[in-house]
Design a protein around this ligand. Structure first.
Ligand code: ADP
Ligand code: MG
Length: 249
């Protein structure tokens, strides 16, 4: 690996320590008032916001490190329950924008109740009950990062609804995330998977934000030996699908 790349990865890696200290400290102030003393409503609000943003930072650091590992060919296959992979991705998304919903997702005992909680947020989750409970071999960290990115985009660009479909073939797992937003014109379908590319509302190139999410999704999926596809047209919403191979070990 390039020496400079190692330096940057090390720097990112070393951000984890101080971030964990901040997270633990703020969490303690919020959760253990008998030890640290009472908080006013305003103090509570400030700390909740600080904690949420610390978690955003932690997620970014972890995602960046995972992407680096992926590029280096590190695939970390474990046996995971599909329900855990999906629930965890949803919790990670809603933790940052809507704590109430993420808490609700955490305590959902079964698929019907989770679907109900998501339905209230305009999200349909379509998956077979049998598949929901199944265990599969996959690189869970990568799959979660991919799902989070696709779902975050769909939630950002939708008009009203998002649909998530999960299916299993003989040797593959299929995920799709569909929204009913403005969609993406054909001529940009390749472009949006390139780093730093974003479209603004008028379908012109902008430099707002990062435009790194989909580039990362493509890298992660391809490194797992999978494929990403996009079906979308102007004004027609967007459907991002991924197909990843399942290993037997
Ligand atoms: N579901 C979607 N609907 C419409 N446009 C999308 C969707 N997902 C991604 N895009 C377009 O692709 C660009 C790149 O997306 P992404 O790589 O995730 O970067 P970012 O989320 O930082 O903008 C977005 O800025 C947007 O223009
Ligand atoms: Mg994005």
């Amino acid at each position: 690996m390039h020496r400079n790349k190692i330096k940057i990865d090390l720097l990112i890696h070393d951000l984890k320590g101080p971030l964990a200290v901040i997270e633990t400290g703020v969490s303690s102030l919020l959760a253990r008032r008998e030890k640290y003393g009472p908080l006013t409503d305003k103090q509570d609000k400030v700390l909740v916001r600080a904690l949420r943003n610390t978690k955003v930072l932690q997620a970014l650091v972890n995602d960046t490190l995972e992407l680096g590992r992926s590029r280096a060919g590190v695939i970390n296959v474990t046996c995971s329950k599909i329900s855990d992979v999906i629930e965890q991705s949803l919790v990670e998304i809603f933790d940052l924008v809507d704590r109430g919903t993420s808490e609700r997702i955490k305590i959902c005992a079964d698929l019907p109740r989770l679907r109900e909680a998501l339905e209230e947020k305009g999200i349909s989750l379509l998956i077979d009950e049998a598949l929901w409970c199944q265990e599969v071999f996959l690189d869970e960290a990568k799959i979660r990062q991919v799902l989070r990115n696709l779902l975050n985009n769909a939630l950002k660009y939708r008009k009203n609804r998002v649909e998530v479909v999960v299916e299993k073939g003989n040797n593959h797992l299929f995920f799709s995330v569909t929204d009913d937003g403005e969609g993406i014109p054909q001529i940009y379908h390749k472009k949006i998977f390139e780093s730093y590319f974003q479209l603004d509302a008028a379908n012109t190139l902008t430099v707002r934000g990062h435009g790194l999410g989909l580039a990362g999704v493509l890298v992660l999926v391809e490194d797992m030996g999978g494929v990403v596809s996009l079906e979308s047209d102007e004004g027609q919403g967007a459907k991002f699908s991924i197909k990843v191979p399942l290993t037997n070990r």
